[in-house]
Design a protein around this ligand. Structure first.
Ligand SMILES: [Zn+2]
Length: 486
């Protein structure tokens, strides 16, 4: 006779065994999805000329204007350069200048029943410190297979590839069925409020809606860290929200030779520590679930088993993702980064108040209100919280069952056969977020395969663009335009 305890134990073991069998079967049944593609032969492009055009683009220092001492002159020069370099686009297209420096170029297609497609890029670049560059940052030097300089990646390289592709198609006598808009803002690196936002207002007032919008965004990652033989092409289907707060602690100061038990700096430091120690909850937003659902079939058996059974292994997996890599944490939760801190002006004066600025990137599914509530709760009543920037909530999530998404994936796989395109939440900011007002299908993808070393050069020293990658990106845009607009 079995005792009651033994019966419970056998039942428990049976349940565990059944669960494991269920998880194994589920893993075995998860198969790769085939993306229908057409044969794509590499084109005979004039790569030297493309590299040369990117070099010229870099030589015009279109640095984002954020202070009255700066000039908008380079933007006007840049417009002239584009018109001279891409005569067929400007001859066939209709140019509209928005707010002085942003550009819309409309190329009308033959079928007016089709909603247009928009390709976005920003003309502005971040500043380049004078020291530390191996090549002049605005010299556009071509050397060792690279075009060197500020903006070569972010994002003049992508803009030039896109325009080269259209100019090439027009030179081949190809005709557009669907209307194409190129929308080039001039202050993406500073919120896009004067550029992209105004472009969208103009289009909205003129009742123009887009079938889809393609912008910069997701990068290409080596799949190895997730047990994947191949490269992961991340397509941003949404982007996180943004807000900055100033935290202020006020306690009367005094002479540093006779400090009180607690100072404004002490309480501020404690608040900073608390907010870093008590982050907002990590969770699976829909884009993250979709990302792992599409990646799982490509993983090696153990990884596949874990990610196919993500719902069952959720607590463990969440912990791993958040702990292992900063990007893992960024896609799973709202992040807090302290970026500025200020106390006294003199080393021997205890300040009456101390401030710290925290930069918050809001996870999909949360809002600015949720973030503010969390910060207030964690830092307590003694810290004053002030909003520093206007901020915005996360964008809506674009539809991954839509045709524009399928066409983007198809174009990626046709030009980059070893890429695995998957959706994901873009963790930084782009101009694309403004376009949800006039479009449901907004996607972000950067068709450049960068080495981790070259990725680090973006917004930093020695930014450069690999000329072979530039040529392939041009081919990608040829294919994307053919697949979406012809
Ligand atoms: Zn950019």
């Amino acid at each position: 006779m079995l005792t009651a305890g033994q019966i419970v134990l056998i039942c428990a073991l049976g349940a565990v065994a059944a669960l494991i069998i269920f998880m194994v079967v589920r893993t075995l049944l998860t198969k790769k999805k085939v993306i229908e593609t057409a044969q794509f032969r590499p084109l005979n492009l004039d790569v030297d000329s493309i590299a040369n055009n990117l070099s010229k683009a870099i030589q015009i220092p279109t640095i984002t204007v954020i202070s009255p001492e700066q000039s908008y002159e380079p933007f006007l020069e840049y417009h002239k350069f584009l018109e001279e370099t891409y005569p067929l686009i400007f001859k066939n297209g209709e140019k509209t200048v928005i707010n002085g420096y942003s550009l819309i170029i409309k190329l009308t297609g033959s079928d007016e029943s089709l909603l247009p497609v928009a390709f976005l890029a920003h003309q502005d670049v971040v500043p380049a410190p004078k020291k530390g560059w191996e090549h002049e940052p605005f010299g556009g030097e071509i050397k060792d297979g690279f075009v060197h300089g500020r903006g070569s990646q972010d994002m003049k390289g992508q803009m030039i590839a896109n325009l080269e592709a259209m100019e090439y198609l027009l030179s081949q006598g190809k005709e557009l069925k669907r209307t194409v808009y190129f929308c080039f803002g001039h202050d993406e690196e500073y919120t896009g409020k004067d550029g992209a936002k105004q472009i969208v207002e103009y289009l909205y007032e003129n009742n123009i809606r887009f079938e889809c919008v393609y912008d910069e965004g997701g990068t290409v990652l080596d799949g190895k860290m997730l047990g994947i033989d191949g490269k992961i092409a991340l397509i941003g289907t949404c982007e996180k929200g943004y807000v900055d707060y100033t935290l202020t602690s006020t306690i009367s100061g005094g002479h540093a030779a006779s400090p009180k038990r607690i100072s404004a700096v002490d309480t501020l430091a404690e608040a900073v520590y608390m907010l870093r120690s008590i982050p907002m909850k990590a969770y699976w937003s829909q884009p993250v679930k979709d990302m792992f659902k599409d990646l799982a079939p490509h993983m090696k058996p153990l990884f596949k088993f874990i990610f196919v059974n993500r719902d069952i292994l959720s607590p463990l997996l969440k912990l791993l993702l958040v702990k292992i890599h900063p990007v893992g944490a960024s896609i799973m939760r709202t992040t807090f980064a302290f970026t500025q801190i200020k106390g006294s002006d003199a080393p021997n004066v205890i300040p009456p108040s101390a401030t710290a600025v925290v930069n918050c990137r809001i996870n999909i599914g949360q809002t600015q209100k949720d973030v503010e509530k969390h910060i207030k709760k964690v830092v307590g009543k003694n810290i004053k919280l002030d909003r520093l920037t206007e901020g915005y909530d996360p964008s809506p999530v674009s539809d991954i069952t839509s045709e524009p998404y399928a066409k983007l994936k198809k174009s990626i796989v046709e030009v980059f056969p070893d890429f695995i395109p998957v959706p994901y939440p873009f963790i930084a900011a782009t101009d694309a977020k403004h376009y949800y007002k006039i479009c449901d299908n907004v996607f972000r993808f950067t068709p450049f395969e960068l080495t981790p070393e070259d990725q680090k050069r973006i917004h930093a020293l020695n930014e450069r663009c690999d000329i072979d990658a530039l040529a392939t990106a041009t081919q990608f845009y040829v294919r994307l335009i053919e697949n979406t607009c012809m």
